[in-house]
Design a protein around this ligand. Structure first.
Ligand SMILES: [Zn+2]
Length: 103
């Protein structure tokens, strides 16, 4: 559950843990004065659930891209070593990994 920051016109700032679906407080639980919700500092919270699948798959795509970059790096190192045989082997294994990652 995220914590929201409120400001009461009498008591000042306080925090309240609320469900996302809950209505924001309109009145202070302490003095029943008027409160307003501050802009949450918990914007970065990662919500788990079906609605966030898009974020998940983007993360996975980034992981794949990172993995492929690492493999390409190995290809390049093999070229620098002028070791043709190991370059061919490395290149074939990279191709295979890319195919696996994009399937
Ligand atoms: Zn108050």
């Amino acid at each position: 559950m995220p914590i929201y920051d409120y400001e009461c016109e009498n008591c000042g700032r306080f925090e309240k843990m609320q469900r996302i679906s809950e209505e924001p407080l309109k009145e202070c639980p302490n003095c029943h004065g008027q409160v307003h919700r501050m802009i949450s500092k918990n914007v970065g919270i990662v919500f788990k659930g079906s609605g966030f699948y898009k974020t998940d798959s983007q993360e996975r795509a980034k992981d794949k891209a990172r993995m492929i970059n690492r493999e390409r790096q190995k290809d390049n190192e093999a070229i620098l070593d002028r070791d043709v045989k190991s370059y061919v082997n490395q290149s074939e294994s990279t191709t295979q990994k890319i195919q696996e990652a994009s399937s």
